[in-house]
Ligand binder design. Structure first.
Ligand code: MGD
Ligand code: MGD
Ligand code: MO
Length: 763
């Protein structure tokens, strides 16, 4: 058997996780500092773990997970990318290196400017860097020629200052990682329940009788969620998983922080029912569940028994049930089974759990949000929950599990290309300065505007757009078309190499590091998936005295561009309390922000839908009566088999940051260029395990999108569906293959032709 593929038999978490954490912490150069950092993560005093956006059981126990440990030790490295490094490596040579190599070089030490004549980055002073940015921005013919990207790690304070900067320049162009991520959740939930956020808190997980987890892999991406699921399962809750793949973390879990559990072989089963729908098949599956619930309800009423629907809730709080019932009745079982890839009997099992439970939570992530019909799918999940009044009461509700640790907070404080008028009005009157009213660009629109030459300056507050965005070659062309690209970053990445005509790298502090400004040590705030806002204060010594906080960098750019208009930017960066005072004056829910942060554990922003207050046009929660998509992707083109590809994360990566080459729970070691495929499909295609294949994606613009060098791995995945890692597969995702209404690239459903690769002859 291929040595690089080993079946993972143990439970997720457990000794494997602990061994791996220790290796990462001890393998880095500062083990003692790293361990101290780990102990402070997600504690009342300390910093918020930059790993994910799951909530904290503040003060309850010391909680970190393997992948949080990796994120922290990766950030707290003592390795540095110095001016000498850039003197040694030309940019065109660095481009040939892997993402893993780039990230592994460590933290960027000083501001750097790309000299196109020499093809090398050279040091530049902070003042000169800011002045260069100011010159470019003041030269723009129109403020909408500026694109301001945000990755969801930025603090609330930095993000608020960033949006104020952009809007003071005069644009709403705030493309952000959320456009590539949970946008569909925000759009669908706003339409359905009037607020684009989850309605539950962490405590609801303790009270639920059933939890339905759709399209997510918490064992890797939200490991602390497994604690909540495990505890819920132990307390008797049914956990039903819908996942295209069999994911180890959702099957079994041992808590690496519970020694007893690790010493006894009795790890916990997580899912009581595990269903594997086809890619994009969840809407059909949930429609099937709703169909059964409605049928059983009608039968019960006929027998004179109380029905299954929560009729009081529906009457008081919802609208559109009749149309929805018509749409459900018009959806044939044959279409439901075909599209979901699940049998009626399987869907019935899930529906029975749903119908029996008093309190139900539905959670989801990228397996739901990165399809063409993601908004419709999430609306269908909401429909199901509305039928039995499963929103608002304790132990029930909707839970989009966010990605980046502060992506939700960034949105709350104004990173939004389509801000609402009320927010702009408040900014305008508070700062006594006009705010732009034209809608701005999302991530895909920003890339298109740069391609067309409509946008000329691109500034990124974190992230790695060159690798994270779809259509890698097109995105590179878009960036190259800019006059100036600016990356505010901690680590070296692909976006520093795919640049505009001029380019800057501005090195910033990470969340784990102490942030000392003119008026003393500062803390920042973040918001988790449960709308809890709390303070976070780094403890580590910065890796270089040249690095600045994100907030200070934004203030520097703003002052150089706008002078002290409409605020004294530098004074704000001297003391973040001042930024929070402006936030308190302009953001709903943030009154007395500084005072309320004194409460241990922070404060809850609240959720209108959870309070049965529906901020929709009708003042009610809305059923959506959409038909299922006519068809998912084709299975044949000109006689050749077409597969649907999902692009996903391995266990050893954080988005475009590659920590290592293993994907332990999926049994893959020492490699990332793998293509997971059902054994029957491997056979049908005349392939064998380990064969090298290339993939070409289908899109109607005549452009060939191709990647090669993928090794076939048999896996428990529906035949016709295949999976491979992101970002290696991003060249296949067409820029304009996006979700309806969400504009999110369809990274979980890409139509691909798979061909055996001609083997290289060794001469
Ligand atoms: N360690 C670590 N933590 C992370 C990240 C990371 O890269 N590394 N990234 C962070 C970010 S930004 C995000 S958004 C989250 C991502 O968290 P996830 O959404 O868990 O991330 P993906 O790896 O994209 O996994 C998608 C999951 O959905 C399943 N799936 C795919 N398509 C379908 C479908 O059509 N139907 C169903 N039912 N299932 C499907 C896949 O099999 C896989 O299990 O994690 C965050 N946390
Ligand atoms: N094909 C495909 N593409 C996808 C996805 C997919 O599932 N499939 N997922 C999408 C999703 S969900 C997301 S969220 C995006 C992620 O897109 P991004 O957020 O743009 O990408 P990241 O890889 O998270 O960004 C990593 C970089 O951020 C910088 N960084 C890290 N910490 C900090 C910090 O504290 N401050 C600052 N300023 N910089 C920091 C480092 O330089 C690091 O290299 O990718 C999307 N792209
Ligand atoms: Mo994400």
């Amino acid at each position: 058997m291929n040595k690089k593929i080993k079946i993972y038999k143990a439970a997720a978490g457990g000794w494997g996780a602990l061994a791996s954490t220790t290796r990462f912490v001890l393998g880095s150069k500062k083990p003692a500092a790293n361990l101290r950092n780990l102990l402070r993560a997600n504690q009342v005093k300390g910093f918020d773990c930059p790993g994910c956006a799951w909530g904290d059981e503040q003060g309850k126990h010391f909680s970190f997970c393997e992948n949080g440990a990796k994120a922290i030790s990766w950030e707290a490295t003592s390795r540095r990318v110095t001016p000498a490094f850039f003197r040694q490596h030309a940019v065109s040579r660095l481009r040939q290196q892997s993402d893993y190599f780039l990230e592994y070089q460590g933290r960027i030490e000083q501001p750097m400017y790309l000299n196109r004549n020499t093809d090398h980055y050279e040091p530049i002073s902070w003042d000169d860097a800011f002045a260069l940015i100011g010159r470019h921005l003041n030269r723009l013919e129109h403020p909408d020629q500026l694109e301001l990207y945000t990755s969801g790690r930025a603090s609330n304070e930095a993000a608020y200052l960033y949006q104020l900067f952009g809007r003071s320049v005069g644009t709403n162009n705030f493309p952000d990682c959320s456009n590539l991520c949970h946008e569909a959740s925000g759009v669908a939930l706003t339409q359905a329940i009037g607020v684009g956020k989850g309605t539950v808190t962490l405590r609801d997980f303790e009270r639920a009788d059933a939890i339905f987890a759709f399209g997510q892999n918490p064992g890797t991406n939200h490991p602390r969620m497994l604690h909540s699921l495990r505890n819920a399962a132990r307390g008797g809750a049914a956990i039903v998983t819908f996942n295209n793949l069999k994911e180890r973390g959702l099957e079994r879990f041992a808590d690496p922080q519970s020694p007893l559990e690790m010493l006894t072989p009795k790890d916990s089963s997580i899912s009581s029912l595990y269903l594997c729908p086809r890619l994009g098949g969840d809407m059909a599956a949930v429609r099937g569940m709703a169909k059964l619930v409605l049928e059983w309800d009608a039968e019960a009423l006929k027998r004179g028994e109380p029905g299954l629907l929560d009729r009081d809730f529906i009457a008081d709080h919802t609208q559109g049930l009749d149309d929805y019932m018509t749409a459900v009745a018009a959806t044939p079982w044959q279409q439901i089974e075909q599209q979901s890839g699940l049998s009626r009997a399987e869907i019935r099992q899930a529906a029975e759990v749903y119908a029996r439970a008093e309190r139900v939570i539905c959670t989801w992530a990228m397996g739901i949000t990165q399809h063409k019909h993601s908004v419709a799918t999430i609306r269908e999940i909401v429909n199901l929950q509305l039928l039995r009044g499963q929103i608002g009461k304790p132990g029930a509700g909707l839970c989009p599990v966010r990605g980046h640790s502060n992506v939700q907070g960034n949105r709350t404080v104004g990173i939004n290309e389509q801000p609402n008028a009320a927010f702009l009005d408040r900014l305008e009157s508070h700062f006594n300065s006009p705010m732009p009213r034209r809608p701005g660009h999302n991530a895909v629109a920003a890339i298109q505007a740069m391609l067309d030459g409509r946008s000329k300056v691109f500034i990124a507050l974190g992230g790695n757009i060159a690798a994270a965005a779809p259509d890698t070659l097109v995105t590179a062309e878009a960036l190259a078309n800019c006059d100036l690209t600016v990356q505010i970053s901690t680590k070296l990445n692909r976006s520093h190499l795919m640049t505009g005509r001029e380019a800057l790298i501005l090195p910033c502090l990470g969340r784990t590091e102490a942030d000392v400004q003119a008026e003393g040590p500062q803390f920042i705030t973040v918001e988790d998936s449960f709308s809890m806002v709390h303070a976070s204060q780094g403890v580590g010594k910065p890796n270089s005295p040249h690095q600045r906080s994100e907030t200070a960098i934004i203030a520097g750019m703003a002052q150089a561009t706008l002078g002290s208009q409409p605020v004294n930017w530098l004074a704000l960066a001297n003391n973040y309390d001042r930024i929070r005072d402006h936030m308190a004056a302009t953001l709903p829910g943030f009154a007395q922000f500084n005072e309320r942060l004194q409460q241990p554990g922070g404060f809850y922003l609240g959720n209108s839908a959870a309070d049965y207050h529906w901020q929709t046009a009708t003042g009610k929660a809305c059923f959506a009566a959409e038909a299922l998509p006519k068809a998912l992707l084709p299975v044949k083109q000109n006689g050749e088999a077409v597969s649907t590809l999902q692009t996903l994360r391995s266990h050893d990566q954080y988005n475009t940051t590659i920590y290592g080459m293993d994907d332990r729970y999926r049994g893959v070691y020492g490699q990332r260029m793998v293509l997971f495929m059902h054994p029957d499909e491997i056979r049908r295609r005349g392939l064998s395990e380990g064969d090298q294949v290339e993939m070409v994606s289908l899109w109607h613009d005549g452009v060939e999108r191709k990647v090669s060098g993928f090794s076939v791995v048999p896996y428990d995945i529906p035949a016709g569906n295949v999976a491979a890692y992101y970002p290696e597969t991003n060249p296949l995702v067409p820029l304009h293959s996006v979700g309806d209404d969400s504009h999110t690239p369809t990274s979980k459903s890409v139509a691909v032709l798979i061909r055996r690769q001609a083997s290289h002859r060794i001469l």
